[in-house]
Ligand binder design. Structure first.
Ligand SMILES: O=C[C@H](O)COP(=O)(O)O
Length: 249
């Protein structure tokens, strides 16, 4: 069975609430495509106005992070129940920027993965190597560890619904896209890793995105690869080009 493509925008730390609503209004008609799951992952403060603005459209709302506790004395954090109550369906976990600047580890990503599933939120779990790791030839070793630890104690049924985003760190925001071959090779390797940890059926069901300088010009070729089920898009998700990426065919 063919997997449905999923194209998610990661707005990162961009757009005030009023700017967010204006961007949604601009993009709404451009991303109308029922053949693709379209997700806007937005800053926490934009979630409520964006959820309101996308009502009645094909756009789903995602968060860019989430904490792994239910509630309590965790100043500044956002709980899974807060997200679901606001209409969030997806959450980006373990983005390389959170790993680099906010001390996110494979272990905290795993705790967040388990919590997201518990609350019916679909995780988009990010993984990806640095340029140094690629040059040292340890790309797959590093990514397999991220995936294996990230999915610890996640059941096969849960894993089937998850999304993994392969984002080579050297390709994020740099304008340098991995070649189609490099992207497909790693996405196929991630699928093989899921098959080892679970089984073929889980590996066939899980969706794997590519992220890193995806744009209107390279999306079609990337998304045509056997193991690439869509994209996690940063910079280009903030402009009309995102519509062209969603309608890549
Ligand atoms: O989450 C998205 C990625 O970090 C890619 O960002 P980018 O498309 O700006 O390179």
């Amino acid at each position: 069975m063919a997997r449905k493509k999923i194209v998610a925008g990661n707005w990162k730390m961009n757009k005030t609430p009023s700017e967010a609503v204006a961007l949604v209004e601009e993009l709404k008609p451009l991303v109308a495509n029922e053949d693709v799951d379209v997700v806007f992952c937005v800053p926490a403060i934009d979630i409520i106005p964006v959820a309101e603005a996308v009502k009645g459209t094909n756009i789903q709302v995602g968060a860019e992070n989430m904490y792994f506790e239910e509630s309590g004395a965790y100043t500044g954090e956002i709980s899974p129940a807060m997200l679901t109550d606001a209409g969030v369906k997806y959450v980006v976990l373990g983005h390389s920027e959170r790993r680099e600047y906010f001390a996110e580890t494979n272990e905290t990503v795993n705790k967040k993965m388990l919590k997201a599933f518990e609350h019916g939120i679909t995780p988009i779990m990010c993984c990806g190597e640095t340029l140094e790791q690629r040059e040292q030839g340890v790309t797959m070793d590093f990514i397999r560890q991220q995936v294996k630890v990230g999915f610890q104690n996640v059941t096969a049924d849960q894993a089937k619904t998850a999304v993994i985003a392969y984002e080579p760190i050297w390709a994020i925001g740099t304008g340098k896209t991995a070649t189609t071959e490099q992207a497909e090779e790693v996405c196929a390797g991630i699928r093989a890793c899921i098959a080892e940890v679970y089984d073929e059926a889980t590996a066939e069901a899980i969706r794997i995105q590519y992220g890193g300088s995806v744009n209107a010009g390279n999306a079609a070729e990337l998304f045509a690869q056997a193991d690439i089920d869509g994209g996690l898009v940063g910079g280009a998700s903030l402009k009309a080009d995102f519509g062209k990426i969603v309608n890549y065919k």
